[in-house]
Design a protein around this ligand. Sequence first.
Ligand SMILES: [Zn+2]
Length: 277
Amino acid sequence: MGRELVFRNPGEDSKNDRIEALIAEIVKRLGDAKIAVLDPSKDGPEDDSAELKAAQAESKETVELAKVPDCQSQPAQPKNLQGLDDQKRALDLWLGTWGTIPRWNKGAEINFAAYSGGYDKSDDAVYAARQLNRAALYWNSLKVGVTFKWVGRLADAEFVLGYGGDQGNTVARAFFPNANDLNNLFVYKRAFDADTKPVMWRFFLHELGHVLGLRHEFARIEGGAVHWGPDDPLSVMNYRPEAPMVTAQDIALTQAFYNYTKADIDGVPVQVFVPNN
Ligand SMILES: [Zn+2]
C-alpha cells in the first residue's frame, strides 16, 4: 500500500492571474455587475459564534417538507434502473466518483465566494450566501478535518455560490473535490419555496457534504464508489421528507475519512486535492 496520491494544480501560483484575466474579460463583455461578489464583512453575520449557536438550536428541529426535493450533484438514475431496492432506500455514506475517491488534504481551508447578482430578487443573494455560510460554520464546528471560509474576492475562492434559475424540483448542485481553479455551487428556485427557504442552510449542509467528497443515492448502482460505514437512513447525504441534518454517524465517518491515510479504499484509489483558493 503506497502513499496517497496528492494532486496539486500545476498552475496554482498563477491562479490569481488567470482568474483576474477571466474577470477582466467578463467585465469587458458583460459589465462589472455580472461578476460582483458579496462582501462577508458587510453582508455576512455580525457574529459568527451567534450564527453558529442559532444553527445548533435549529439543528434539533425536525422540519417536514411539502415535497422531497432533488440534488443534482450526481446524475439522475437511469430510467431503466428505477424501482431497484437501492433507489427506495437511498443510503448512508458513500465515497468516490466513478473510479476514484477524491478528497481534500486534511487541514485544508476551502474558501467560497457568493455572487451578488443574478437572483430573482435582490435580497435573495445575501439570504442564500448567509444560509451557505451558516452551513459552513456548522460543518466547521464538527471538526471533520476540513473547514470552509466565506471570502470577498473571487480570485481567493475555491468555489462560488450562484443562482441557477428554475430547475424544477432540484434545490441545489455542488461538486466533488477536484483541481479546478474555481467551482460552482448552484442554488435553484426550488430552494426559495415556502417549505425549503427557511431551512435552506440544511440543504447546503448536504451540498457541502458533496464538496467534502461524500456521495449518496445511486452510488451502489453506478459503481466506482465504496461503502463507508454502516447504513444510516437519517444521513445528511440522504434526501428525505424532512430537512437534512448531519447525524452523529455522519460526523464520525467523515472524520474517519479525513483521517484515513492509505492509498486506496477497497481497491479504489484515493486522490487528495489541495484547494486552489
Ligand atoms: Zn446531493
